[in-house]
Design a protein around this ligand. Structure first.
Ligand code: ADP
Ligand code: MG
Ligand code: ZN
Length: 621
């Protein structure tokens, strides 16, 4: 671990305490000494008295010959004194007789020691303290400012304190890593049979799935030191620093074997090297990468140093990194399935005070596609909400609400929508819900709300599948597009005009339709890839893989697909216009309704006694 990591970061209070201690010490010891050096003024006759009493040891004149400075050593009169020069011819004789040192140098200013303390030690101390504070704040940016040598003090943390029990789900990844743990625990077993374990393993998967956590868990399980550095830390401001850090890292790791070296976000240094066509500027990164490759070849695999790396862009890595003898083992860390999500929620709910009737399955069902990090965040948001509400335990509602917070942002309680806008949003949302409910292959509606969210959503309809899908049929995809168009279709049908509220729906519908045509073979082209995914794990980043002539045809098909979906939605809404009015006005009066309420009204049962006239108020629009 790098020195300037969180773990070693002392709180600000620590430095405040040091400063306070320094000031206290100054008060106790240095300032009294300063005071002693002060010169007391006495009368000439007093001076003579002190000379006669034998108290005076040294006498001299000040620079202007205007005053006598003298030193007294005995009794209470200890210290430095001064007195006005008095024309006194007998003085010299008198001083000689008393055996007083005259014309001696008497320092009226502070002693050199005190001077030194004031002018050097205190400022240096203050600078040092400020410097420490600053470097803590700025992290490695400061390190990069010092030339010459590597400041990469990479310190292993002995115990990560994380074990496989802290990583829920991800059983396949854990299985693959267990062998490495065993190797670290008993390197001799492998060496005696002549087996070499892979030097490196690469954890790949979408962000937040627990790659970093798994690496720590391997170290924790094997109880070996854990050297961790992230790819971006390697890339430094000055040429040579990154490579020096790699050298340093491996030197230390070799001394501490068996141990784990973990390079997080290795794609930052491990990108495919320039083919020469590029403009310079990547020298530093390439040097770092080359050094890493050299070190990986150089170290003794039997010794028990295992290199783990993590990335969410495996496709961008330099092939040289992936060849046998380097990161040849690839361990996928995928988004959790429903059981995995429940297990992750369980792990994070462990330390949280909660009511008995918590149903984590429900939360797991509602969070399809969420990563471990998002689930951890949901649990924490729920705990925060419980505190805000003045409760001592987290309840199911806290969890459900925080799912929505993570999906759609916080409720904007103070946002005031006009009645008219609320009405439009109600119809829009019921449009989605009604179209979804009237189609097959469509997840049940669980909640509809018109309370605005910080994400900018003015309302939304939540659909949650009963169980998990790994495949989607063409019908399911198409019906999803139909549902997405249902919102604007309802606006058009009821108000005769449309609003900007559907922009997000439009984006999603277009993206889906496009994928159907270009990547899933569900358009007119058959099984031809017209687009390719740039990154397996990072969402919808695609690039075109066809000629411009085909690009035009793709656009045509996408437009037609969405158009036909919109027609279908429109038909469904026209057929159920009565229900649309009834449901929209119910939503308008309630602001949030559950899936059950929605289904009851849809099936003709009154969800709740609604004032007789109200259900029809909107029908006049
Ligand atoms: P990655 O490195 O894959 O982007 P991290 O390992 O940094 O993700 O995960 C971030 C946080 O998310 C972890 O600290 C942990 O709290 C939580 N988390 C992610 N995956 C899991 C999991 N499988 N089990 C438990 N917690 C998880
Ligand atoms: Mg990570
Ligand atoms: Zn919508």
């Amino acid at each position: 671990m790098l020195k300037d990591n969180d773990q070693n970061r002392k709180p600000l209070m620590f430095y405040v305490a040091i400063a306070a201690a320094v000031i206290l010490l100054l008060n106790a010891f240095v300032f009294p000494a300063l005071l002693q050096r002060q010169v007391q003024e006495v009368s000439y006759s007093e001076f003579l008295k002190m000379v006669d009493a034998g108290k005076v040891t040294d006498v001299s004149l000040d620079q202007n010959n205007a005053q006598l400075i003298f030193l007294a050593k005995e009794g209470e009169d200890q210290g430095i004194f001064k007195t006005a020069v008095f024309p006194d011819d007998s003085l010299r004789e008198r001083l000689e007789k008393a055996g007083i040192n005259f014309a001696a140098q008497i320092p009226t200013s502070n002693s050199p020691l005190v001077n030194f303390v004031i002018s050097w030690v205190i400022p240096i101390l203050l600078f040092w303290i400020m410097g420490r504070l600053l470097s803590k704040r700025m992290g490695s940016a400061m390190n990069a400012m010092s030339f010459g040598k590597s400041n990469a003090k990479i310190v292993a943390s002995e115990e990560t304190g994380v074990t496989f029990a802290d990583v829920a789900g991800e059983e396949e990844a854990k299985d693959a890593l267990k062998e490495i743990v065993d190797f670290l625990e008993h390197p001799g077993k492998y060496a005696s049979i002549g087996a070499k374990l892979p030097k490196g393993a690469l954890l790949v998967g979408p962000p937040g799935t627990g790659k970093t956590l798994l690496a720590k868990a391997v170290a924790g399980e094997a109880k070996v030191p854990f050297f961790s550095i992230s790819g971006s830390e390697f890339v430094e401001m000055f040429v040579g620093m990154g490579a020096a850090k790699v050298r340093d890292l491996f030197k230390q790791a070799n001394e501490k074997a068996p141990c784990i070296v973990f390079i997080d976000e290795i794609d930052t240094i491990g990108k495919k090297r320039d083919t020469g066509a590029g403009i310079g500027g990547n020298d530093e990164r390439e040097q770092t990468l080359n050094q890493l490759l050299t070190e990986m070849d150089g170290f003794d695999g039997k010794k028990g140093v295992v290199i783990l790396a993590a990335t969410n862009r495996p496709e961008s890595l330099d092939p040289a990194l992936l060849r046998p003898g380097r990161f040849d083992r690839r361990i996928p860390v995928e988004l959790p399935d429903m059981a995995g999500r429940e297990a992750i929620l369980q792990v994070h709910m462990k330390g949280i005070k909660q009511e008995d009737r918590i149903d984590l399955k429900e939360i797991a069902r509602a969070t399809s596609g969420a990563s471990g990090a998002e689930l951890a965040n949901i649990v924490n948001e729920a705990a925060l909400r419980a505190v805000r509400m003045g409760r001592e335990k987290v309840c199911q509602e806290d969890l459900m609400e925080s799912v929505e917070t993570v999906i759609a942002g916080y409720q904007r309680k103070n946002a005031v929508m006009s009645e008219n806008e609320k009405k439009i949003v109600s119809y829009h949302e019921i449009g989605h819900a009604l179209v979804a409910a009237m189609q097959t292959h469509s997840a049940p509606v669980t909640k509809i709300t018109i309370i605005p969210r910080t994400s900018g959503a003015l309302g939304y309809t939540m659909q949650v599948d009963e169980d998990e899908h790994f495949l989607m049929s063409r019908d399911e995809l198409y019906n999803k597009i139909v549902t997405l168009t249902g919102g604007q279709a309802a606006e058009q049908l009821i108000f005769g005009s449309i609003t900007t509220g559907a922009s997000n729906d439009i984006e999603k519908a277009t993206r889906m339709a496009r994928s159907m045509v270009t990547r899933y073979g569900m358009g007119d082209f058959g099984m031809v890839a017209m687009e390719t995914l740039n990154s397996q794990y990072l969402g919808q980043d695609t690039s075109l893989a066809c000629s411009p002539a085909y690009a035009e045809k793709i656009d045509d098909q996408v437009v037609r697909l969405v158009e036909s979906a919109r027609k279908k939605a429109d038909g469904i809404l026209r057929e159920n216009e009565g229900k649309l009015h009834e449901l929209a006005s119910y939503l308008l009066s309630k602001e949030t309704i559950t899936g059950e309420e929605f289904m009851k009204i849809l099936k003709g049962e009154q969800a709740e006694a609604l004032p007789a006239g109200e259900a029809n108020t909107a029908s006049g629009l």
